[in-house]
Design a protein around this ligand. Structure first.
Ligand SMILES: *[C@@H]1O[C@H](CO)[C@@H](O)[C@H](O)[C@H]1NC(C)=O
Ligand SMILES: *[C@@H]1O[C@H](CO)[C@@H](O)[C@H](O)[C@H]1NC(C)=O
Ligand SMILES: *[C@@H]1O[C@H](CO)[C@@H](O)[C@H](O)[C@H]1NC(C)=O
Ligand SMILES: *[C@@H]1O[C@H](CO)[C@@H](O)[C@H](O)[C@H]1NC(C)=O
Ligand SMILES: *[C@@H]1O[C@H](CO)[C@@H](O)[C@H](O)[C@H]1NC(C)=O
Ligand SMILES: *[C@@H]1O[C@H](CO)[C@@H](O)[C@H](O)[C@H]1NC(C)=O
Ligand SMILES: *[C@@H]1O[C@H](CO)[C@@H](O)[C@H](O)[C@H]1NC(C)=O
Length: 589
């Protein structure tokens, strides 16, 4: 109550002095953050959930026009992180949910629909198999419980690059397989191992493949832009194609992106025949934009966005060619009748980030475009016309390109989660008579209020309400002054008033003795156990909201009056001094 009274007071004083209110900030560049002042992986730490690894953000630019009703989903991983983490943030960058998954590498966190239900989907596995992955796809339901672990068909491993659930209850997954191939076309006079790339469409119910397509049946090794180097020998399979996205359209055909062909392949969903190729050495489209619609390179995440529009995250560069072009989001309009293509919009990063690997392009339903920069810890939201609206880093810019903090993709979705865990809490001692109680609940999206309760027994059925507050963010803090009961816990409350969960009771006395015995004042030791029925009175919380307001306004007025009196006294004192000084100086001159 004191703090809010002070707030009222300050506002009152602010108005009285006629100071203009501070303009809403539009983000700023934190020089320290971007130059390692907080290390290679700046973190946000929560008292009630100290084990969580949550990236601290630097919001360089923000706007009301950014899509704020959705959460941001990413999978931070890399050399500077402890463990790869699935991460959901709210529009303010505050944590909603984070989790590791058996210490495995994690990619491509999304919200997808299957049989009318929403699921969190992500890839988990080993990504140290040559730029792609060997793993499975995890589907979690809205209680964060494993619903399905999806595998590739024919005994192959699911690759990390794409997993798309279709309206037909099937999933499109990328699969990599080593095959032996005559490398003559690639300039090596031998048979050697290459990574073939496969589209599998899996029926999620049965786990069986309903469609399969192999890149090597339709593409030649000579079509690639990837140098063979020492690959194609021993166990070093040559990754000549590098499939990284699959999209299926209403016509039942597939669109797939190949990083090393610099091309998209449009595939007949019935026969598997190539219908057309856009970009690369076998481009079949006439470029109406002076070459800029077909010169994309090392691209990712190619999707249909309407019947004649395709969106691409055009890296332009890769790990071996880091400065040959600028990375851009690319919206293309194609005309399949006349086989022409033109640039509709380019989305350029304000800091000219070069996304040397990975990356994503998401068309949001309000027309905005969200780009994730993959290897560089950044995501940017654009207006449809290419204007930058929001620009966020989740790792320092000075480390971009180092892979220390990266996220394969960054997407935005609506999500509602009801975790099966209970809220977690912690107590912190500020001084003998001032404590803070922290509570959070990883993954709980529906908590609107927290109620702090106290009791003199951990298993009491009656808990007295000590305080309540609106959810403050991932972690909510209660300030505890005066005395406190033996046990404290917090109750999560839904907007409509019903209870969602209760934290484990904290034994205040035990924590106090363990943490800081010297802080126990003789008064505390003498204090008898508190009767919960008396707590309302003890804590003085039995005000109604109106009474609290009246009290606060009264206190604020009292404060103003006091300040007025002090000011008056100050002015009077200063006046006297001034007169004295004037007199003295007059005498001196
Ligand atoms: C708890 O109650 C006190 C006294 O009414 C109030 O000042 C404080 O802001 C309340 N909320 C929290 C979160 O501590
Ligand atoms: C795909 O193949 C089927 C069967 O041959 C054919 O009827 C259809 O026209 C083809 N679609 C396209 C777009 O070529
Ligand atoms: C077309 O691109 C070339 C370089 O590729 C450039 O020299 C020329 O000015 C461009 N023309 C137009 C009309 O933009
Ligand atoms: C897109 O194509 C589908 C299938 O050919 C057709 O049913 C739909 O009407 C088209 N939509 C638009 C907006 O043209
Ligand atoms: C194809 O191009 C011709 C000549 O420019 C034009 O008349 C026709 O409308 C175009 N067809 C389509 C489907 O855009
Ligand atoms: C409640 O907990 C106390 C210890 O805090 C214990 O002695 C007592 O037996 C418990 N009562 C019940 C009903 O579980
Ligand atoms: C706890 O409070 C209840 C209700 O006021 C009371 O009956 C009980 O004796 C108290 N227990 C202890 C251990 O103080």
């Amino acid at each position: 109550m004191w703090s809010s009274s002070w707030a009222v007071l300050l506002v009152a004083v602010g108005f009285a002095s006629g100071r203009p209110s501070k303009p809403t900030t539009a983000g700023s560049y934190d020089f320290g953050y971007e130059h390692d002042a907080y290390g290679a992986h700046p973190l946000t730490v929560f008292k009630s959930a100290a084990e969580l690894e949550v990236p601290k953000l630097d919001v360089l630019q923000s706007s009301k026009l950014c899509e704020s009703s959705l959460y941001t989903l990413l999978t931070p991983r890399g050399g500077a992180t402890r463990k790869p983490q699935t991460t959901i943030l709210d529009s303010g960058g505050d944590l909603i949910w984070t989790s590791e998954w058996n210490g495995q590498q994690l990619y491509n966190l999304m919200v997808q629909e299957y049989k009318g239900e929403k699921y969190l989907t992500f890839w988990a596995g080993n990504d140290a198999v040559g730029g792609h992955g060997a793993g499975t796809i995890i589907m979690l339901d809205n209680t964060y419980t494993l619903f399905k672990e999806v595998r590739a068909a024919y005994g192959l491993d699911a690759d990390l690059h794409d997993f798309r659930i279709t309206k037909d209850g099937t999933a499109l997954i990328t699969v990599y397989e080593v095959v032996q191939r005559d490398l003559n076309e690639a300039g090596k006079n031998r048979i050697g191992p290459v990574w073939d790339c496969i589209i599998q469409e899996i029926d999620l119910e049965s786990g069986l493949a309903v469609f399969q397509w192999r890149a090597l049946d339709h593409w030649s090794l000579a079509d690639t832009y990837r140098e063979i180097g020492g690959d194609g020998e021993g166990d070093r399979a040559w990754d000549f194609f590098h499939m990284n996205s699959i999209d299926k359209d209403a016509r039942g055909n597939y669109l797939t992106s190949s990083r090393y062909m610099h091309a998209l392949t449009y595939i007949n969903g019935t026969t598997g025949e190539v219908i057309w190729i856009l970009g690369g050495k076998r481009n079949m489209f006439r470029d109406l934009s002076n070459g800029t619609a077909t010169n994309f390179a090392y691209q990712h995440d190619a999707r249909w966005s309407g019947n004649d529009t395709i969106t691409i995250f055009d890296n332009g560069v890769d790990d071996l060619h880091r400065d040959i072009a600028d990375t851009r989001g690319l919206k293309l309009k194609i005309n399949e009748h006349n086989m022409t293509v033109e640039v509709v919009t380019e989305y350029l990063n304000p800091h000219k980030i070069h996304g040397i690997s990975q990356g994503s392009f998401q068309s949001l339903s309000n027309g905005n475009v969200l780009l994730g920069y993959g290897n560089s810890a950044a995501f940017t939201e654009f207006a449809s016309n290419g204007d930058v609206l929001c620009d966020t880093h989740f790792g320092p810019e000075s480390r971009f390109g180092s892979a220390e903090v990266q996220s394969y993709r960054v997407y935005k979705y609506e999500w509602h989660g009801w975790p099966r865990t209970i809220p977690s809490s912690a107590l912190r001692i500020n001084s003998a008579r001032s404590w803070s109680f922290f509570v959070s609940w990883n993954g709980a999206t529906e908590v609107s209020k927290w109620i702090l309760q106290g009791s003199n027994s951990s298993n009491a059925t009656e808990w007295a309400e000590l305080n309540r507050t609106r959810r403050m963010g991932f972690e909510t803090a209660f300030e505890i002054r005066k005395s406190y009961p033996s046990y404290l816990r917090a109750v999560a409350v839904h907007e409509k008033g019903h209870m969602l969960g209760i934290s484990e009771p904290l034994d205040v006395q035990a924590i106090k003795e363990e943490v800081s015995p010297d802080l126990i004042s003789p008064l505390d030791q003498q204090r008898p156990a508190i009767d919960p029925t008396q707590l309302q009175y003890t804590y003085g919380f039995n005000f109604t909201d109106d009474e609290v307001w009246v009290a606060q306004i009264a206190m604020a007025c009292g404060g103003l009056l006091l300040i007025g009196v002090l000011l008056r006294m100050g002015i009077a004192a200063w006046d006297t001094r001034r007169k004295t000084y004037q007199r003295v100086s007059t005498e001196a001159t």
